[in-house]
Design a protein. Structure first.
Length: 225
């Protein structure tokens, strides 16, 4: 199976390497299910140019310039035709959700372009078919943390990364949240595991889990009920 190709364009590739080398994402890379590559934007600079510059019209902060970004993206897009998406984390974008992760996982290539400072020159969207996504209604110092979150959510949905039975029952697979989970010991500091989970009655356990998923969703996600 051809691995999902993930390209990360960033000023700070060192942010990604420790996380991508660990846990489920790291195992997916080792298994050849995912191929993660980093493109340090400073390597795309020519002569004495900078990666950022002051905004037209004045104002605080700096804006990431188009020229070095375009060099990296042009090289990636010229490799060969792929079913791909160019994802730009942005507080102005649509809030990223499980359906977005599922769609990205079905592609052949995902390119994450991480902004920084005051953001990226707005003309990037006029030159490339970018998709802007937000991690939530708050502002971060750069696009690296959202990109890591989007990457993780996408990779775990690639076939073979996580057991299918684990994915089928988890939150957002349906219109409900996942049911609560417990493990040993059966009683900890006076708080006991629900008795039905210790009964060995699989039909009763399944019914309890369905009801708990419904109850939890109604209590915590009123927007979905």
């Amino acid at each position: 199976m051809t691995p999902l190709r993930i390209d990360v364009v960033t000023l700070f590739p060192e942010v990604f390497a420790p996380f991508v080398g660990l846990s489920i994402v790291g195992r997916a890379v080792e298994a050849g299910l995912v191929d993660v590559r980093y493109h340090h934007l400073l390597d795309a600079l020519e002569g004495t140019e900078r990666a950022d510059d002051a905004p037209f019209g004045g104002g605080a902060g700096m804006v990431m310039r188009l020229a070095p970004l375009a060099r990296v993206l042009d090289a990636l897009l010229a490799e060969r035709e792929r079913r791909r998406a160019i994802v730009v984390p942005s507080p102005a974008g649509k809030t990223f959700d499980q359906n977005d992760a599922r769609r990205l996982a079905s592609l052949e290539q995902v390119v994450f372009v991480c902004g920084h400072y005051e953001g990226i020159d707005e003309r990037l969207g006029a030159l490339y078919p970018i998709e802007e996504y937000s991690l939530g209604d708050f502002v971060l110092t750069g696009g690296e943390i959202p990109a890591l979150a989007f990457l993780d959510a996408t990779v775990r949905l690639v076939d073979g990364v996580v057991a299918l039975e684990s994915r089928e029952a988890e939150s957002f697979t349906t219109d409900q949240l996942d049911y609560p989970c417990y493990t040993r010991p059966a009683v900890f500091r006076g708080v006991a595991v629900p008795e039905v989970l210790l009964s060995g009655n699989h039909a009763a356990i399944a019914a309890w889990r369905r009801e708990e998923a419904r109850r939890r969703t109604a209590e915590r996600r009123r927007d979905t009920t």
